[in-house]
Design a protein around this ligand. Structure first.
Ligand SMILES: *[C@@H]1O[C@H](CO)[C@@H](O)[C@H](O)[C@H]1NC(C)=O
Length: 484
């Protein structure tokens, strides 16, 4: 359901235009270099004229973000001499060709072998920006999120057998791959990777920074994550993280089935189960007047739903019912559905994904992101929910069907669930990118792998070149000492 962004590529007469947004520069800087394509080999000229460096000074990593509604490929580049600590240290390359495919890999549960053709397209896109001579030392990871967490284990295994098969086939995957690099990541990892992304992009890991870290809020199609460094102690859902010489005790939680698509499904199930006539159209105050849909909501239930608009705040009440705000709380205090969550205190949160699409769609934030109060989102939502569907669709497109329910859901989740001060206009910053680099979890996951999980890879690469591995080892030892 989430919006797809297509990247237009220019590929004429063997000349490919490659551009990349440098992470963290004041404005997205576009680099161009000519690439010659012939007989499957790609030669890349100096990647950056500005620094006049050879490609050998850089290392690359590829992350496949396999979400519930699609799979996106990211290619990152960093200076091989240093582990990245600040935005200037890392670049996301703009791939040529397809950057995102639909549907999500979980949709292939009935025909797993078909997942390969989608992923090959993305491997080829990634290969277009990684220099040929570095491809077989460039790691590729595929990390799947909530869409796959919803499947039965057998279905997950069948899909990953195909993915491993493809990634282990060096005639189709030019990159370095090992078993275990394609997997479903846990909700905790997803939340923490997103936290690393926004703190990295806002300069919090820079040794010159003395700013408090920011929290991360992600709203996907199938799950939603909250991750932050609380002021007090953490009694559950603790994720200790060592990065860039610092130790952070993070609270993180991922609510499966509380992504926006799954939340809508929950709402339809609730309305259907409450309806006296299951075959008639059921009124839904979270859909706009004039909107209707017939949907398979599982367990042999087909719901026919039509929107009424949000008369008398009925949508807000339904949404709060689904958040079970008064659920038994065993470890105090709790957020939603009786799950422990420490107080947010003065934390500033960065929100992304459907938080961004919804908030910008209803005009609560500018298109390029910004601060908003929760109360402002509520006010904009109330206005939006009173629009006729035909109007909203004509102006904003199909995704506008998510704005009324999304706006109510976000305000209830952030205000009543997480207990962020709803009047404060300096606590919630919502954006989809920072200086042209996506604020999703993929960048944070690359940085995390660099720091903690892939020592072997870094040492191997450095040993085969003329660069000493000392900085990496020193950093890792420093991180280790902090853990002990
Ligand atoms: C459902 O929507 C379609 C297309 O917008 C419309 O033609 C139809 O009359 C609607 N049905 C109901 C029951 O509202």
């Amino acid at each position: 359901m989430l919006r797809v962004c297509f990247v237009l590529s220019v590929c004429l007469g063997g000349i490919v235009v490659v551009s990349s947004a440098r992470v963290g520069s004041v404005s997205a800087r576009v680099e161009r270099s000519s690439v010659r394509v012939g007989l499957g080999s790609v030669r890349v000229g100096p990647a950056s004229a500005r620094f006049g460096r050879a490609t050998a000074d850089y290392r690359y990593g590829v992350i496949f973000d396999a979400g519930s509604s699609g799979t996106r490929v990211h290619v990152y580049r960093w200076d091989q001499k240093n582990l990245p600590t600040k935005t200037d240290d890392m670049t996301e390359m703009m791939v040529t060709g397809t950057q995102r495919v639909r549907p999500g890999i979980s949709s292939y549960v009935t025909n797993p072998e078909s997942v390969k053709s989608d992923l090959v397209v993305l491997l080829n896109s990634a290969a277009s920006v990684v220099p040929m001579e570095l491809q077989d030392s460039t790691p590729v990871y595929l990390k799947a999120t909530a869409g796959m967490r919803l499947l039965e284990p057998d279905g997950v295994d069948a899909i990953f057998d195909q993915i491993n098969d493809l990634f282990e086939d060096s005639s189709r995957n030019p990159f370095k791959f090992e078993r275990g690099w394609a997997k479903v990541i846990s909700g905790e990892e997803e939340g923490v990777f997103g936290w690393i992304t926004v703190n990295f992009l806002t300069g919090r890991f820079d040794s010159n920074s003395d700013q408090e870290t920011v929290g991360a809020l992600d709203l996907g199609g199938a799950s939603t994550q909250i991750t932050f460094a609380p002021e007090g102690q953490i009694f559950a859902h603790l994720f200790p993280l060592s990065i860039a010489g610092n130790r952070y005790d993070l609270y993180t939680n991922s609510y499966l089935k509380f992504g926006l698509d799954q939340f809508r499904l929950q709402l339809y199930q609730l309305l259907y189960d409450q309806a006296s006539d299951k075959n008639a159209y059921i009124d839904n105050p979270c859909d706009l007047a004039g909107f209707n849909v017939t949907e398979d909501i599982g367990e042999n239930r087909i719901a026919k739903v039509k929107g009424t608009g949000n008369a008398n705040q009925q949508c807000g009440a339904l949404v709060r019912q689904l958040l079970v705000l008064d659920d038994t709380c065993y470890t105090e205090p709790c957020g939603i559905v009786g799950v422990y969550q420490p107080p947010v205190g003065g934390t500033v949160f960065y929100g992304t994904s459907a938080l961004y699409f919804t908030s910008s769609g209803i005009g609560a934030i500018p298109r390029n992101g910004g601060f908003t109060s929760v109360d402002n989102i509520q006010a904009r939502t109330d206005i939006f929910c009173n629009r006729p569907w035909a109007d909203a669709e004509a102006e904003l497109g199909d995704f506008a069907q998510n704005y009324c329910i999304g706006g109510h859901y976000i305000t209830a989740l952030l205000g009543d669930g997480y207990e962020i001060d709803t009047a404060a206009d300096d606590k919630v910053f919502i954006t989809n990118d920072i200086n042209g680099v996506g604020t999703g979890w993929a960048l944070g996951s690359m940085i995390y792998e660099l720091y903690l999980l892939n020592i072997q890879f870094n040492v191997d690469v450095s040993a085969s070149s003329h660069v000493t591995t000392t900085p990496i080892i020193v950093l890792l030892v420093a991180a280790f000492i902090q853990l002990v």
